[in-house]
Design a protein around this ligand. Sequence first.
Ligand code: CTP
Length: 409
Amino acid sequence: MLDGKKVLLIVSGGIAAYKSPDLVRRLRKQGAAVRCVMTESAKQFVTPLALGAVSEDKVYDNLFSLTDEHEMGHIQLSRDADVLLVAPATANIMAKMAHGEADNLATTVLLATDKPVLAAPAMNVRMWEHQATQANIATLTARGIAMIGPDEGDMACGEYGMGRMVEPEDIVIALQRFFGSAQPLAGKHALVTSGPTYEPIDPVRYIANRSSGKQGHAIAEALAGLGATTTLVSGPTQLPDPAGVNVVNVESAAQMLAACTAALPADIAVCAAAVCDWRADDQASEKLKKSPGDTPPPLQLTENPDILATLSAAGETRPDLVIGFAAETENVIDNAKAKLARKRCDWIIANDVSPETGTFAGDTNTVHLITQQGSEDWPAMSKTRVGAQLAQRIADTLVPEKEAADGAK
Ligand code: CTP
């Protein structure tokens, strides 16, 4: 999908720069030509020799190199590219970009370019959360620079949080989306549910679950990337709204069902939300109080409506393809097959959510695609990648090849 595209990769000095050769390799595998520019501090983490070897091109690092300026001025470097990709983009280089500084070859190229710029931020969580960084990101985004991530996770500094660079394979997906000439799902409406639901007990307490919403959000973003008009009905999550998606925020299962029904008609429905199966029978209008010696109040539960089953049985407004998830901790495939039949959906994505798999809050997922024809085991991959692969499969199923090719023209 990146055939013949020319990427100018700007590597700035963060620990994630050690992943740059892998990124170059993956971009080239997709058919892109990659030329690298590095900052002095990037050389602390990755050598020009390594980037030169994998890109099979000269690596540029010196603003004042007479030969480089003679042969390939800093203006020409960006003129020759289709896109500039800053990865990793440190807090420092983004601050310089936001303020128009041009104190080395990388920042000068970025100031001199009229080409689209994408940046994959990478930094410590506190640097990411700092008001200065957030203000710089807001400035850059307002100028049309697209941010790829960052991700949440363990950091090289031992902390945990937002700021980890998106994995190279997912940066490649972001670039494919950027160039996405193929929009096979253009004209289709996709409805996706994501995240947990909160079921109130009283004004301050609720029943919930550990779903992060990462998988559902990734699917919504991937469907939008293939051109679908996408409605994401999301329970409470910590995630930013995915690019190009209409987000409807809800809390309870009842609200999620109402939002989904209101969003119909849709061609595709993917129910990735971890909807609470039960809600409190009676919702106290005042906070429940305890007195010493009291027995705890009984908690009576009522079953929630099943959104997936409701969409699967929506009669004339039933989406052409209804896809559910099966979060299982044992007999994954068999339970998922039973769920497919019970809920009358078309496909089920089954995943093992036993605590030891780390699926619930984690960034990776190992899934099985269950259809009426049988089951397919997908290898462990990032949730972004699962989203991209599922969206592509949906497109291949719903849109005949000829139509997809016409859409790409
Ligand atoms: N689902 C839904 N509405 C519900 C419950 C589940 O739409 N009230 C959807 C989920 O979004 C998912 C699928 O149904 O796509 C399966 O959910 P899961 O919780 O794994 O299965 P359950 O039907 O709840 O069965 P069990 O808890 O027995 O595994």
